[in-house]
Write a protein that binds this ligand. Sequence first.
Ligand SMILES: Cc1cc2nc3c(=O)[nH]c(=O)nc-3n(C[C@H](O)[C@H](O)[C@H](O)COP(=O)(O)OP(=O)(O)OC[C@H]3O[C@@H](n4cnc5c(N)ncnc54)[C@H](O)[C@@H]3O)c2cc1C
Length: 235
Amino acid sequence: MTFQRPTKQSATVIGKNYLDPNNKYLYISFLVENKHLMEPLPGQFVSLQVAQNTYRSYSICASNIKNGVFSIVAAVAHDGIGSTYLKSLECGHTIDFIGPAGRFILSPLSMNTNIVFVSTGTGIAPFMTMLDTLLQSDYKHKVTFIHGARYEHELLFLEEIETYSKSIDNFESILCVSSSDKRVTSVLPISSNVHYYLCGNPNMVEDAKSLLAQNNIGADCIFTEKFTHAKQIKS
Ligand SMILES: Cc1cc2nc3c(=O)[nH]c(=O)nc-3n(C[C@H](O)[C@H](O)[C@H](O)COP(=O)(O)OP(=O)(O)OC[C@H]3O[C@@H](n4cnc5c(N)ncnc54)[C@H](O)[C@@H]3O)c2cc1C
């Protein structure tokens, strides 16, 4: 598996829509100028330049390497620098970004184990590209897909999850709504010969990781990505 060197490059906005009734989650698609510089591995992210010398990271939730297209989903309900910038984008606008980046990828070793994916909110994003990869492979083990949100209408990519459950043998999805007191950590199956992928809110990732460690799941079976806020990179 080869990691491409993250490169500063440009892309054009080719699609933008909200995924929920309250316009909290924004889905944006981009067409890169040089598709050979942008061949992301499943799970990687891009750092978008959202203001001068200011970058925000967003995981790639869909990509078509052949056509040079990738998509992100961003939580934009707060008035942050990144969310305000993303809301202002229109089709045809050009953006600058650095990518593809990150080491949170679907490990080749996971092809021989059961996999549990755990996400809250936009933490679901990298798992969509990982599931696409599993779908296109001859993966034969069990996938447990756990996704949580505060409210039912904030659960993301339900149609896609339904498609995966029909197309991937041995796929179980567990949806959790924390306002109804069902949390992702309360449904986490504990088992050996499983690779756990945890992504999203840093507190959730830490809680799930501690729970797994308390149950003697080795660190080599746990892969994490925390969506920490306010990442600034000087250009
Ligand atoms: C590797 C990585 C991948 C990431 N992938 C994604 C992704 O796919 N989608 C995504 O939405 N984010 C993702 N993030 C987080 C993202 O990079 C931004 O930090 C985040 O969206 C906030 O940026 P902002 O500029 O809008 O807010 P900032 O200007 O940084 O913050 C403004 C204020 O808003 C608060 N705030 C920030 N984010 C939220 C939030 N989500 N909900 C409520 N309040 C908030 C902050 O605490 C702060 O008080 C990722 C982070 C990392 C490190």
